[in-house]
Design a protein around this ligand. Structure first.
Ligand code: PLP
Length: 437
């Protein structure tokens, strides 16, 4: 019987380890940073070590640690020379920060639909969105899978655009043998506690190959000041922020980064094991991993496919099936969720165009007139948001110490809910459909 209907839950309390996975080396690293951090002097050793280690891991020569992925992406946008009214291409299905970093520079995000297999920008749809104001493309490695960066780089080169990688969900993954964080001209990564490289609290990493971009990004990071090396002159050159990372967060992330290769191998093995174990379960489509890249499963996305069960959509709509599945799986003790219910351009910010107030940056005088965001222009992203449920992150982590045994437990839940107890699930879905407004 489904746990939802009073049966025994399949996943016992405590069977799935949370993310991040904290070991004694992490505790020691944080305590060492605590002891080394006085007198206060920027940047502290833990921060420099984190920057050096990320530079080494990605082979990017210039790295800056920041206090969030959002900040690192804003630094990249500014370093690309994006100015008010300029346009930046962004995938329609991503986290808000991939687009709001553009607004932070008073520039205009222009959304492009995504690919149903990779959940990333569809390179074939980019060119029709390019105008004389387009300056950059933000390629997001969503869920833990790199976008098709070579195809995107070719378009960027043809049109003189800067390719920026939003690496916030995919540290550790590779594309054609190259690591995430190095796949664009610049990258912004997040160290938010839930991410595959975690600062436990908040943090971010900016990386570039270009010294000028590095200097521009550093101005944004620290009050708009120039930092010549021998101390500060307290003279802001441009509009800047305080995006410095907390030293204890940096120390924790540095310690985790030392184990990133090992943690990545565990994630890859877990994802492959879960996909293999779900092979015979109808009604859900596991993630696709193209042969030229690896997946690190920050999210393990599932697209619900009630059609595979021979259901009539008039009887059980996709939405009701999805919600019933989510409810039933969660009741079995496995954390699953919808993540974002709509593409980013369908969020109120882009529907109301209020922005900073008075409609800026859309109405500030530099932008092309008449920008509007129509959700129907992103049909694939809409379809993904309609059908997607995700495992992963902190609540049903594919990261270590969870292992192939844990993945079998995950798969058992889907087998129970979608095969053994299918009639109960469908009854629930029909009830939910009847209740829907
Ligand atoms: C988490 C995330 C960000 C923002 O990172 P923060 O550290 O939370 O500011 C940006 N883009 C994507 C795709 C993310 O998942």
């Amino acid at each position: 019987m489904l746990a939802l209907d009073g049966g025994t839950r399949l996943v016992p309390e405590g069977a799935v380890a949370p993310w991040p996975h904290i070991v004694d080396a992490d505790r020691k690293a944080v305590l060492d940073a605590l002891d080394a951090a006085t007198p206060w002097h920027w940047p502290m050793r833990a921060v420099r070590e984190l920057e050096e280690a990320w530079g080494e891991y990605t082979s990017m020569p210039y790295v800056l640690a920041a206090n969030s992925g959002t900040a690192a992406l804003h630094m990249a946008i500014a370093a690309a020379g994006v100015e008010p009214g300029d346009e930046v291409l962004v995938p329609a299905d991503t986290f808000l920060a991939s687009a709001s970093c553009v607004l932070q520079a008073n520039a205009i995000p222009v959304f492009v639909d995504t690919d149903i297999d990779t959940f990333a920008l569809d390179p074939a749809l980019i060119e029709e969105r390019i105008t004389s104001r387009t300056r950059a493309i933000i390629a997001v490695d969503l869920n833990g899978l790199p976008a098709d960066h070579d195809a995107l780089a070719a378009v960027a080169e043809r049109h003189g655009l800067t390719l920026i990688e939003d690496a916030a969900q995919a540290h550790g993954a590779t594309y054609r043998g190259r690591p995430v964080g190095s796949l664009g001209a610049m990258s912004g990564a997040s160290l938010n506690g839930s991410k595959t490289l975690s600062a436990l609290g908040e943090g971010g990493l900016f990386a570039t190959r270009d010294e000028e971009q590095f200097k521009l990004a550093r101005r944004v990071l620290m009050f708009g000041e120039e930092l010549p090396g021998q101390g500060r002159d307290y003279n802001a050159r441009i509009m800047g922020w305080n995006y410095r990372i907390d030293v204890l967060a940096a120390a924790f992330a540095r310690s985790q980064l030392a184990r990133l290769p090992e943690m990545t191998r565990a994630r890859e093995a877990n994802g492959a094991a879960l996909t293999a174990a779900l092979a015979g379960v109808p009604g859900i489509r596991p993630p696709v991993v193209p042969a030229d890249r690896t997946h690190v499963y920050f999210f393990y996305p599932l697209l619900v496919m009630p059609e595979e069960l021979g259901l009539d959509p008039a009887d059980v709509p996709v939405e009701a099936f999805r919600d019933a599945l989510e409810e039933a799986v969660n009741a079995e003790g496995l954390g699953i969720m919808r993540w974002q219910p709509r593409p980013v351009p369908a969020q109120t910010l882009f529907q109301d165009l209020r922005g900073y107030g008075r409609g800026c940056p859309w109405t500030c005088g530099h932008a092309a007139p008449g920008h509007a965001y129509r959700p129907e222009e992103y049909p694939v992203s809409e379809e993904i948001c309609r059908r997607r449920l995700v495992l992963g992150q902190s609540f049903s982590s594919l990261g270590p110490p969870n292992d192939e045994g844990t993945m079998r437990l995950f798969a058992d839940v889907f087998h129970k809910v979608l095969v053994e107890e299918r009639d109960a699930l469908l009854a629930l879905a029909r009830r939910r459909a009847a209740e829907a407004p």
